[in-house]
Write a protein that binds this ligand. Structure first.
Ligand SMILES: NC(=O)C1=CN([C@@H]2O[C@H](COP(=O)(O)OP(=O)(O)OC[C@H]3O[C@@H](n4cnc5c(N)ncnc54)[C@H](OP(=O)(O)O)[C@@H]3O)[C@@H](O)[C@H]2O)C=CC1
Ligand SMILES: CC(=O)C(=O)O
Ligand SMILES: [Mg+2]
Length: 760
């Protein structure tokens, strides 16, 4: 492996304080429950509750399988822990495990649209735990056991598998083993090794380690080539101290007694133990082209930087997302359960696990198509030492793995529902993916590769300073903090922010040597608009937005973010005094609304009050361009209160005219209109207009006027539970983004990253 260069260095992405604030902000925690049926009228109530609810009750009593049709059971997984082995942090108890379990539930939803709830069970007694879970079967389509220490986890899992007729899957065992095995198959291929002769040492002999070793043996590794170690050293035949039957089953015939002795000449090392367990000496003593999977979380047994300092021929993987080759069970459990649930599997058996291993390993060997490149930060990865396994944001995972798992379940006879049209199933799966997570991740990653100097124009505000710190911590570039130094320092002290860390620079407008140049620039722009030299002086000296925008205009910063202390239109006016629109473009605002797995771009949410037909056509072009740059093939709906001529009216006429203008311009994206929002967004309603030129529901909505754009996005946010990002300013000659007044630090970082992206 080459030296770890900057892009491969870990992003010390978050501070402890950020992590706490993230979990505390808004509604505490990471989950909430939303109903899927309206409960608005007396009729709804009668159907959902008494008396209507009695009908599905009787149906399920007569045929239990109908629970999959009439309740949420079939898409619901419980993530269950007692907190006895939380990541690599050890036994910190059931309650302390809740953030991890909520996190796993969110990952289920995010990556595979599986609904999930965390259950923390406050007992270390194995029988009590089993008794608590065994009766929960009717509630769930599957049980994901998590972070339960060995050997208890082995007993718990096998008893529950016997007792329950739904999949019971201990993620730390099998999830980890599946991902590690997939990565290993590929690493063996790359280093030309035969698994029958490959020597593997596994440090750790707990849940994850035992399952990994069992799986690699099942794959064909020779038992005599595998050595397991724990806190007492090598698990050798005849050892009595700290043993249990699961360790004994893998006890090796060897003279080695310590990890250091075991690792001499080893081809592969698995770390499923604790931070820092591998020393430089151990790594140096391994065979040529060693395979090192340091999988302890949150910190690996050895870091890729440490390995790179010792040798340059290793294939290195960790459990973390901030290094290449993340071997982490997040690549498995959402998709394995997705496949299992979709065929109503009674269990997750070895055939399904092996199918997942193969699907995952194969995916890394396939060419990465264009529409997937975004998940890889715009770089097309090639199968090799730095890419042995797909990243969690790879959009192909959602269709590849569940299909393989479902097929294996059907073939091995554990499916209670058979899917015959697998191609159709794969298409349905792709539609479940929420692309925004990968879109934002790839946007951040692209910036990370070309870090930018972004001026934070209101750095005296605490949430701006926090955002700037996060920007620097995430290695997005340098955050230039504009403001009075004494005030910035006072705010930083109050907020506990260390201003001396790399990536933060204070720009004190009062003592800047660039002031004269900025005044000259601004005066030259404004002198024929009624401004005196004194006015330009006053704007640069006293106004942060003018100073910051001029910094960007003259190349002293790559982009700017502002908006916390001033309303949007005022901030935009400030900026536009300093920066023009890009030649041939129109400045507009586009909001990104993320709702129930869908992402739609709404325009113009910032600039044009009552756009003309010509302006609406421009807005469509700008918004389509942004959608495309963010990886979405644009399908633009020109919205109105009417659809294709009915009912007629002046505003709709203007929208119709805009469509004709786009026709004349021969633009290279899908568009149509005028149409109402339900026609644009609902496939079934759109089908009533078979001549409509959109190939599917619109993802870019051009609003007929600012008021409808603004009102609808705010209603989506407040009533529809959507996350709204933006308005994102497009069409300016230099990247500037304006947040809404009082925005949170996380919103400000997003906008700073978008500004930095715009300047890429
Ligand atoms: N990347 C991934 O996807 C995953 C990573 N993991 C990581 O694997 C680790 C273990 O998790 P899990 O199996 O669930 O936990 P368990 O508690 O079941 O097992 C821990 C094992 O690690 C051993 N161990 C601890 N410290 C050391 C050490 N310094 N040297 C050698 N052995 C040590 C223990 O030894 P003893 O038996 O003597 O107590 C025990 O065998 C954690 O760091 C976890 O984060 C786990 C699951 C998934
Ligand atoms: C990733 C995971 O499940 C663990 O470290 O425990
Ligand atoms: Mg775990």
């Amino acid at each position: 492996m080459p030296d770890i260069d900057k892009k491969d260095r870990p992003v010390t992405s978050v501070t402890d304080q950020e992590a706490l604030e993230f979990h505390a902000m808004g509604r505490p925690g990471k989950l909430e429950i939303n109903p899927t049926k309206p409960m608005a009228t007396q009729r709804d109530l009668s159907l959902a509750y008494s008396p209507g609810v009695a009908v599905p009750v009787k149906a399920i009593a007569a045929d239990p399988q109908t629970a999959y049709d009439y309740t949420a059971r079939g898409n619901m997984v419980a993530v269950i822990s007692n907190g006895t082995a939380i990541l690599g942090l050890g036994n910190l108890g059931a309650l302390a495990s809740k953030p991890v379990m909520e996190g796993k539930s969110v990952l289920f939803k995010r990556f595979a649209d599986v609904d999930s709830i965390d259950l923390e069970i406050d007992t270390e007694n194995v029988d009590e735990f089993i008794n608590c879970v065994r009766f929960l079967g009717p509630s769930f389509g599957g049980i994901n056991l998590e972070d339960i220490k060995a050997p208890d986890c082995f007993v718990i899992e096998s008893r529950l598998r016997e007792l329950m007729d739904i999949p019971v899957f201990h993620d730390d065992q099998h999830g980890t083993a599946i991902i590690a095995a997939a990565g290993l198959i590929n690493a063996l291929e790359l280093t030309g090794r035969d698994l029958k002769t490959t020597k593997l040492v596994c440090n750790g002999a707990g849940a994850a380690a035992i399952a990994c070793v069992e799986l690699v043996k099942a794959m064909g590794f020779a038992p005599e080539n595998i050595i397991l170690c724990d806190t007492k050293g090598v698990i050798y035949q005849g050892r009595t101290e700290g043993m249990n039957q699961w360790k004994s089953a893998h006890a090796a015939k060897t003279e080695a007694r310590t990890l250091e002795e075991a690792m001499k000449g080893a081809d592969v090392i698995f770390g499923l133990s604790q931070k820092g367990a591998f020393s430089a000496k151990m790594i140096r003593s391994m065979a040529d082209r060693p395979i090192i999977f340091a999988m302890a979380n949150p910190d690996p047994e050895i870091t890729p930087e440490e390995v790179a300092r010792i040798r340059d021929d290793a294939i290195m993987a960790t459990g973390r997302s901030d290094y290449p080759n993340q071997v982490n069970n997040v690549l498995g459990f959402p998709y394995i359960f997705r496949g299992a649930l979709d065929v109503r599997a009674s269990t997750i058996n070895d055939a399904m696990k092996i199918a997942a291993v193969k699907a995952l390993a194969n995916l890394a060997r396939e060419d990465v198509p264009d529409d997937v490149v975004a998940a890889y930060q715009g770089n097309r990865p090639r199968f090799g030492p730095q890419y042995i396994i797909p990243v969690p944001f790879d959009p192909r995972l959602i269709s590849a793995i569940p299909v393989a798992v479902a097929e294996a379940a059907i073939e091995s006879g554990v499916a209670r529902k058979v899917i015959t049209d697998m191609a159709g199933y794969a298409r349905e799966l792709s539609a479940r993916r929420d692309p925004i997570a990968s879109t934002l991740a790839s946007l951040y990653e692209r910036v990370r590769r070309r870090p930018k100097r972004i001026v934070f124009a209101e750095a005296e505000e605490e949430q701006v300073l926090r955002a700037a710190l996060s920007y620097a911590n995430q290695q997005l570039g340098t955050a230039l903090l504009l403001g009075r130094e004494d005030l910035i320092r006072a705010t930083a002290e109050r907020a506990g922010i260390d201003l001396n860390r790399p990536g933060l620079e204070i720009v004190n407008a009062r003592i800047s040597t660039r002031v004269e140049a900025y005044i000259d620039y601004l005066y030259a722009r404004l002198q024929r608009q009624g401004y005196l030299h004194r006015d330009a002086q006053r704007l640069i000296h006293n106004d942060r937005n003018h100073f910051a925008a001029t910094m960007v205009a003259l190349g002293d910063a790559d982009g700017m973010v502002t908006g916390i202390t001033r309303n949007y239109s005022t901030a935009l006016e400030d900026v536009r005094r300093c920066i023009d629109e890009k030649p041939g473009h129109r400045v507009i605002g586009v909001s990104l609304a993320l709702c129930r797995g869908r992402t739609v771009f709404v325009a113009d949410t910032a600039v044009h009050d009552m756009p003309t037909a010509e302006q609406l056509a421009d807005i469509a072009e700008e918004a389509a361009g942004l959608a495309r740059r963010m990886g979405y093939p644009p399908r633009v709906a020109m919205l109105a209160y009417s659809t294709f001529g009915h009912p007629s009216g002046e505003r709709s006429e203007r929208v119709r005219e805009a469509v004709k203008i786009l026709d004349r311009r021969r633009v290279d994206f899908e568009y149509d209109g005028e149409m109402a929002a339900d026609v644009a967004l609902n496939r079934k309603v759109m089908e009533q207009y078979p001549f409509c030129r959109l190939s599917g529901p619109a993802n870019v909505l051009v609003m007929p006027a600012f008021h409808s754009a603004s009102i609808s996005t705010k209603m989506l946010q407040e009533l529809g539970g959507s996350t709204v990002i933006g308005p994102i300013l497009v069409g300016l000659d230099k990247p500037v983004q304006i947040t809404s007044m009082g925005a949170k630090d996380s919103d400000i970082v997003n906008m700073a990253a978008i500004a930095a992206y715009g300047g890429s």
